[in-house]
Design a protein around this ligand. Structure first.
Ligand code: FAD
Length: 457
C-alpha cells in the first residue's frame, strides 16, 4: 500500500516524485515506468542502424526521463509556450511553478546560460517578423543539449532511487477504481499496486493508453487541437540571424487561405532530425547536442486544427496521416521544397545533388503531397514563404521537408484546477499525455503542482 502511485517516469512523473519527497519524506511513493533505467536506454538508430527496428518499447520515448531523455533539453521559461498550464491556474502561479521547476533542473546540473533575454534584440527581430505577418512569441530558453539532458535526468534518478520505489520495464495496464475512487493500478505482469492517490503521466507515447483507460471509467475527455505538420531542415546560416540571438524563435502565422494557425516548434540550431516510434508508427522530431554541431538547423512547422462534433478521435487522425507516410516510404518521407512545388517526388539522386545533406539518413525520398491533407499542406507552404522574408533562403528549392511530424497531445482529459479528474476521486492526470502540456518545463511544473495539491489534502 502506497500513499502515491505515479504512472510514467518522464519529467511530469519525476517532478511529482521530487516534490513529494521534499514535502512528505516519510510517504511511500511508487513510480511505474514501462521503459528502462536511463543508463540502459538505447535507440538503434542513434547507434548507427539505417532503419528503425520497431523496438517493443521505443528507446527514444520510453524509460526514465521519458521523451525528455534524448531531447534537446530546451527549457522554455514562459507559460506562453509548451503547454496550457494557464488554463488551470493564474499566469503568476504558472510562472512561479515554471521558475521553481527550472531551479530544480539547475540543482541537478542544468547549464546557467539563458538565450533570448535581451529585449532590444527581441524587438528588432519582432519588427521584421511583423512586416512578414508573423508573430514572434517572447520565450527565453535555457538550452541543455542532449548530452546534458541525460546527465541531469540521471542525477534525478540517483537522488530518488533510495527515497521512492522505482519500477522499470513494467506497464500500467488498468486503473483500479472502486466506489468512484481510484485505488491504484493493475500492472501488465499481473501485480496490483494499491495507493491512496494515483498520478497518471504517460506522455504522448502513452496518450492512447490513457484515453482507453479513462474511457473505461467514463472519465470525461476534451478534444484539443490536432497538430500535424513537417520537420524543416535547412543550412544553419539561413536561420543564424535568429538562432544566434534567440536560440529558438517561436513564430506563429495564420494561413491566408484557411486562417489556420501554423507555428514553428522545437527549433534545433546545428541539430539533427530524428525518427520516433509510437507503437509501430514512425514520426519525425529533432534535437541538438551542446557540443556536437551539424551544418543544418531543423524545426517543425505544425498546423493546428480544432475539430468540432461529432469528431472524437484526434489521436487516431494524426496516426492515420503518419501511417500513410509510413506506407509510402517504409518510414519517414523526405522531400525537397522545390520538388514539392513542382509536383514531383524527390529521388535519391535529387537529394544527393542538393546543397543540404539530410541528417536523418533513414528517410525515404518521396512526395509529401500524397500524404498531407491539402489544408495542412497549403498552410505549410504559405508559412515557408512568410519565413523566407525574415530568414532568406527558407523557401529555397533545397530546403528539406520530413514527414510526418505529429504531436499526440490532442486528447485532453477534463480536469479541475488541481489537475484531478472529474468523476473519479484522487486520480490526477498531468504532462503531455493528459493534453495539459507540450514541453519539458510545463510538464515538470504540472508534476510539482499535483504533488503540492496531494500533500495539501
Ligand atoms: C526528440 C525530442 C525532442 C524534444 N525536445 C524538446 C525540447 O527541447 N524542449 C521541450 O520543452 N520539449 C521537448 N520535447 C518534448 C518533451 O520531451 C515532452 O514535452 C516531455 O517529455 C513531456 O513530459 P511527460 O512527462 O508528460 O511525458 P514523457 O516525457 O513522454 O514521459 C512519459 C513516460 O511514461 C511512460 N509510460 C507511458 N505509458 C505508460 C504506462 N502505461 N505504464 C508505465 N509507463 C508508461 C513512457 O515510457 C514515458 O517514459 C522533445 C521531445 C522529443 C521526442
Amino acid at each position: 500500500m502506497y500513499n502515491v502511485a505515479i504512472i510514467g517516469g518522464g519529467p511530469a512523473g519525476i517532478f511529482t516524485a521530487l516534490e513529494l519527497v521534499k514535502l512528505k519524506p516519510e510517504w511511500k511513493v511508487v513510480l511505474i515506468e514501462k521503459g528502462k533505467k536511463i543508463e540502459k536506454r538505447k535507440c538503434p538508430i542513434r547507434e548507427g542502424s539505417a532503419k528503425c527496428v520497431n523496438c517493443k518499447r521505443c528507446g527514444l520515448l520510453c524509460g526514465w526521463g521519458g521523451a525528455g531523455a534524448f531531447s534537446d533539453g530546451k527549457l522554455t521559461l514562459t507559460p506562453d509556450v509548451g503547454g496550457h498550464l494557464v488554463d488551470y491556474m493564474s499566469r503568476d502561479k504558472a510562472i512561479e511553478l515554471i521558475r521553481y521547476a527550472d531551479d530544480l533542473y539547475l540543482e541537478h546540473g542544468a547549464t546557467e546560460e539563458v538565450f533570448g533575454t535581451d529585449l532590444k534584440t527581441f524587438e528588432e527581430i519582432e519588427h521584421k517578423a511583423t512586416l512578414a505577418e508573423l508573430k514572434l512569441v517572447h520565450s527565453p530558453v535555457r538550452h541543455l543539449g542532449t548530452e546534458r539532458s541525460l546527465d541531469v535526468l540521471k542525477s534525478m534518478q540517483d537522488y530518488l532511487s533510495d527515497k521512492i520505489t522505482i519500477m522499470n520495464n513494467v506497464s500500467a495496464k488498468e486503473l483500479i477504481v472502486e466506489c468512484e475512487q481510484v485505488k491504484g493500478v493493475l500492472l501488465d505482469n499481473g501485480e496490483e499496486i494499491r495507493a491512496e492517490y494515483t498520478v497518471v503521466a504517460p506522455g504522448r507515447e502513452g496518450a492512447d493508453w490513457l484515453t482507453k483507460a479513462f474511457a473505461e471509467h467514463k472519465i470525461g475527455m476534451v478534444n484539443n487541437a490536432v497538430d500535424v505538420g513537417v520537420r524543416v531542415e535547412l543550412p544553419a546560416p539561413v536561420f543564424e540571424p535568429l538562432t544566434s540571438k534567440l536560440y529558438e524563435s517561436k513564430l506563429v502565422y495564420h494561413s491566408p487561405k484557411f486562417g489556420d494557425e501554423v507555428r514553428t516548434f522545437c527549433m534545433n540550431p546545428n541539430g539533427e532530425v530524428v525518427q520516433e516510434n509510437y507503437s509501430g508508427i514512425a514520426t519525425v522530431n529533432g534535437h541538438s547536442y551542446a557540443n556536437i554541431k551539424t551544418k543544418n538547423t531543423n524545426f517543425a512547422l505544425l498546423v493546428s486544427e480544432k475539430f468540432t462534433e461529432p469528431f472524437k478521435e484526434p489521436i487516431q487522425y494524426g496516426q492515420h496521416i503518419a501511417r500513410l507516410a509510413n506506407m509510402l516510404g517504409g518510414g519517414i518521407l523526405v522531400q525537397r521544397f522545390g520538388d514539392l512545388l513542382e509536383g514531383k517526388r524527390s529521388t535519391p539522386e535529387r537529394i544527393k545533388s542538393s546543397i543540404i545533406e539530410p541528417t536523418l539518413k533513414c528517410a525515404t525520398p518521396g512526395d509529401l503531397s500524397l500524404v498531407l491533407p491539402y489544408r495542412q499542406m497549403t498552410s505549410i507552404i504559405e508559412m515557408l514563404f512568410a519565413l523566407d522574408k525574415i530568414a532568406p533562403g527558407t523557401a529555397s528549392r533545397y530546403t528539406l521537408l520530413y514527414g510526418i511530424e505529429v504531436k499526440f497531445c490532442s486528447a485532453g482529459v477534463k480536469l479541475t484546477d488541481e489537475l484531478v479528474t472529474e468523476g473519479v476521486k484522487n486520480l490526477f492526470a498531468i504532462g503531455d499525455g493528459a493534453g495539459v502540456t507540450r514541453g519539458l518545463l510545463q510538464a515538470s511544473a504540472s508534476g510539482v503542482h499535483v504533488a503540492r495539491t496531494i500533500c495539501g489534502r
